[in-house]
Write a protein that binds this ligand. Structure first.
Ligand code: NDP
Length: 453
């Protein structure tokens, strides 16, 4: 009997459905659109994926948990925030993805991040599903005691939804070693179990060597692979980097180690331009200033002669060969992309998640700029998190050198998969397409094996 249910909707109708089911969730809709446009072409002649409605299923999170986080500030005011955990897909392993504390956090942002994480984790080749969580809490300007009380309250609800074989969160914007420590301590206190339920832990209590460096270093290793594929190298090239947090500072460090020169970095207040180059000593100053003093990047211009601070601006108009957006989503738009192209930028590697708007990506593709999307380029962080999970399960720890080799190999593996599915006629690689298809295929095939669940 013929079915009135049409399995073969086109991209436009599919996206209409996504928009209808997720009203106002612009970041999530943008992320689905970016993946769907590649996947539609790939599955066009693959009946089994249509039959099982795989894309429709991946674009619907398994679960979204939202909860109240109540805490007391230093002035004894009772404060109320909202926390979330989005468990997007666990077809190939336990949910895995960071926790973000930032005032801009909402359900749409976390759904987009969990969706992207699903493909990224699949690309690493490690058994990890996709998830993401966070709260609309801004740790900036809060005392250590306030951050601790918030983290404890957040974990008091989150602990019932996570576990080493269920869901293993990590850090992200606003969640670094301090916050992971407070959350892990609370999990252990509530459950009376020491288990690898969070990654990004301190070295003293089950953390992995190389985890702090992994995302930034990985983004530069990926960039090196991209350049080498086109017969080029990082050495002697100039770079602009946004952000001055964990990912940005480690990306800058690796660019310098490979013989490149970093001209600009930023934070949410603006960017600094240092024509002499931000060398290792200056990167160390930024790391200390942002992470320990918890100061602003603007202070860099007072500290170092010749450097200038540009309030409220992004660094994309500084001429450079390479660009590494390492701050946040949608921080590089069409006009920024055009400025980079006009100033001779040849390659972009995203340390952040979805930092370039869809229009910006089109500018890079049209200009044949080598463009590495976050889901491939920044996968080094979650890959080493996967290795932290393995070390915790086996009660072992690998050294820095061994993990450095493993990270390099993992990034090479991701690069090869992107080339396999993204290489085009004239040798230009569409890394977005390559990453989307390679990431999708593994998850989709696992879902097919499970039947209708
Ligand atoms: P951090 O909190 O350590 O640093 C974030 C940096 O981005 C800070 O310099 C911050 O400035 C800046 N920033 C935040 N929001 C904005 C904004 N709206 N405009 C301009 N700058 C902004 O975070 P991470 O370095 O860990 O994360 C950076 C990005 O990398 C995020 O997109 C994250 O999802 C992604 N990522 C991180 C991984 C990790 O291992 N940490 C793994 C994979 C991806 P300020 O200090 O002023 O807030």
């Amino acid at each position: 009997m013929a079915s009135i249910y049409d399995r073969h909707v086109d991209l436009e109708r599919f996206m209409e459905g996504v928009k209808k089911r997720n009203p106002g969730q612009t970041e999530f809709i943008q992320a689905v659109q970016e993946v769907a446009q590649d996947i539609f072409a790939f599955i066009e002649d693959k009946e089994e994926y249509h039959e099982a409605q795989i894309l429709r299923r991946i674009a619907e999170p398994d679960r979204v948990v939202s909860f109240r986080v109540c805490w007391e500030d230093d002035n004894h005011n009772i404060r109320v925030q909202r926390g979330w955990r989005v468990q997007n897909n666990n077809a190939i392993g336990p949910y895995k993805g960071g926790i973000r504390f930032h005032s801009s956090v909402n359900e749409s942002v976390l759904k987009f991040l969990a969706f992207e994480q699903t493909f990224k984790n699949s690309l690493t080749g490690l058994p990890m599903g996709g998830g993401k969580g966070g709260a609309n809490f801004n740790p900036k300007g809060k005392s250590d005691a306030e951050v601790m009380r918030f983290c404890q309250s957040f974990m008091t609800e989150l602990y019932r939804h996570i576990g080493p074989d269920t869901d293993v969160p990590a850090g992200d914007i606003g969640v670094g070693a301090r916050e992971i420590g407070y959350m892990f301590g609370q999990y252990k206190r509530i459950t009376n179990r020491w288990e690898g339920v969070l990654t990004g832990k301190g070295m003293e209590y089950g953390g992995s060597q190389m985890r702090p460096e992994a995302t930034g270093y990985g983004a530069v290793y990926f960039l090196r692979n991209v350049l080498e594929h086109a017969g080029q190298d990082v050495e002697g090239k100039t770079a602009v980097i946004s952000g001055s947090g964990n990912v940005a500072t480690h990306a800058a460090e690796k660019i310098v180690q490979l013989g490149g020169k970093v001209l600009a970095m930023s934070d949410s207040g603006g960017f600094i331009h240092d024509p002499q180059g931000i060398d290792q000593d200056r990167i160390d100053w930024i790391k200390h200033h942002k992470t320990h003093t918890r100061g602003r990047i603007s202070d860099y211009a007072d500290e170092f002669d010749g450097a200038t601070f540009h309030e409220g601006e992004r660094p994309w108009h500084v001429a450079a060969d390479l660009a590494l957006p390492c701050a946040t989503q949608n921080e590089l738009d069409e006009s920024d992309a055009k400025a980079l192209v006009e100033n001779g930028c040849i390659a972009v590697s995203e340390g952040a998640n979805m930092p370039t708007t869809l229009e910006g990506v089109k500018v890079f593709h049209d200009a044949k700029v080598m463009y590495a999307p976050g889901k491939a380029a920044n996968a080094g962080g979650v890959a080493v998190s996967g290795l932290e999970m393995s070390q915790n399960s086996e009660r072992i720890s690998w050294n820095h050198e061994r993990l450095g080799e493993m990270l390099t190999e993992l990034m090479e593996g991701i690069h090869s998969k992107c080339v396999e599915y993204g290489e085009q006629d004239e040798g230009y690689v569409d890394y977005v397409k390559g990453a989307n298809i390679a990431g999708f295929k593994k998850v989709a095939d696992a879902m097919l094996a499970f039947g209708v669940v």
